[in-house]
Design a protein around this ligand. Structure first.
Ligand code: NAP
Length: 266
C-alpha cells in the first residue's frame, strides 16, 4: 500500500485552475500548491489570479498567473497547451470558473441564457477538451469539473445555472468513459452552499464587510436543512479537489462528489 501521506502528495505535479481568482477556485489553487503542485492560476480577472499566485509563492509554493476567459475556446486551448509546453506535462485540470444568473424561466432573456451557458457549460467543455487532448497523449491526468448541488435540488430563478451544471455532470461521465482507457480520470464536484463572492452578494456590504444579520437570514434555510448543521467554506470543496487530483482517488472516475453537509443525498 502506498503511504497515505504520499498518496495525497502532489510534489512535481502541474495543475491548471480556472476561476482561481476567487472563492472555491482560489482555495483549490492554494490547496493544490500546499500539497506540492505547481499551479497555473487562471481567471477572467488577471489581477485576482496574480493575487492568488502571490499568496502561494509568498508561502513558499510554486505558482504563476494568467488571465483567461473560459468562454473563448482559443484562450482555453492556449492556457492548457502553454502549461504543458512550459512544464512538459499536465497532471490536473480544474474547471472551476463560473457565474450565477437569477431569473424565472418566463423572464429569462436569450442573452442571459447564452452568457451562462458560454461560461458554465461551454467553458468547462473547452477546458475538458483541451486537457483531454494533452492528457490522453501523455497517458495520465485528472480532470476536475465544478458542477453544483443545483443539479439535485430544483429552485426557482436558477434555471440557466442549473441546466449548465447538469450538463457539466453529464459531460464528466461521458468524457470519463472516453478517456479512462488512456489513463485519464474525470470527476465532478457538486458543492452545497458555500460562502464565496457568488453567494456573498446577498450579504456583503458595499465596503466588502459581511452583514452578519443578512448572512444568517440568507444562509439559515441551507444551514437548517443540512444534517451537519452548517453551510460550507471554500476549503471544504478544496479538500475534495485535492482528493480527486491525488493518487488517493486513482480508482475514481466518472463520479459526482457531493461535499454539501448532507443538504441533498441523492
Ligand atoms: P466566485 O467567488 O464568484 O468565483 C468564480 C470565479 O470565476 C471568479 O474569480 C470569476 O472572475 C471567475 N470567472 C467568471 N467568469 C469567468 C470567465 N469567463 N473566465 C474565467 N474566469 C471567470 O464563485 P465561487 O462560489 O467560488 O464559484 C466557483 C465555482 O463553484 C463556480 O463554477 C460555481 O458555479 C461553483 N459552485 C459554487 C457554489 C457556491 O455556493 N458558492 C455552489 C456550487 C457550485 P470575476 O470575479 O472576474 O467574475
Amino acid at each position: 500500500m502506498q503511504d497515505p501521506r504520499e498518496a495525497f502528495d502532489l510534489d512535481g505535479r502541474i495543475a491548471v485552475v480556472t476561476g482561481a481568482g476567487s472563492g472555491i477556485g482560489r482555495a483549490s489553487a492554494v490547496m493544490l500548491a500546499g500539497a506540492g503542485a505547481s499551479v497555473v492560476c487562471a481567471d477572467l480577472d488577471g489581477d485576482a489570479a496574480k493575487a492568488t499566485a502571490g499568496t502561494i509563492t509568498d508561502g513558499g509554493g510554486a505558482a504563476e498567473a494568467t488571465a483567461v476567459n473560459v468562454s473563448q475556446s482559443p484562450e482555453v486551448d492556449d492556457l492548457v497547451n502553454r502549461a504543458r509546453r512550459d512544464h512538459g506535462h499536465l497532471d490536473v485540470m480544474c474547471n472551476i470558473a463560473g457565474i450565477m444568473h437569477n431569473s424565472l424561466v418566463v423572464d429569462t432573456e436569450d442573452a442571459d441564457l447564452d452568457r451562462v451557458l458560454a461560461v458554465n457549460l461551454k467553458g468547462v467543455f473547452y477546458g475538458c477538451r483541451a486537457a483531454a487532448r494533452v492528457m490522453t497523449e501523455q497517458g495520465f491526468g485528472s480532470i476536475i469539473n465544478m458542477s453544483s448541488g443545483a443539479i439535485d435540488t430544483p429552485a426557482p430563478t436558477i434555471v440557466c445555472y442549473a441546466i449548465a451544471k447538469a450538463g457539466v455532470a453529464q459531460m464528466t461521465k461521458t468524457l470519463a468513459v472516453e478517456v479512462g482507457p488512456h489513463g485519464v480520470r474525470v470527476n465532478a464536484i457538486a458543492p452545497g452552499w458555500i460562502v464565496t463572492g457568488m453567494t456573498g452578494r446577498h450579504f456583503t456590504n458595499p465596503d466588502g464587510t459581511i452583514d452578519e444579520e443578512r448572512f444568517n437570514a440568507v444562509s439559515a434555510p441551507m444551514r437548517n436543512a443540512a444534517p451537519l448543521g452548517r453551510v460550507g467554506e471554500p476549503d471544504d470543496i478544496a479538500y475534495a479537489v485535492l482528493y480527486l487530483a491525488s493518487d488517493a482517488s486513482s480508482f475514481v472516475t466518472g463520479q459526482i462528489l457531493r461535499p454539501n453537509g448532507g443538504l441533498s443525498i441523492p
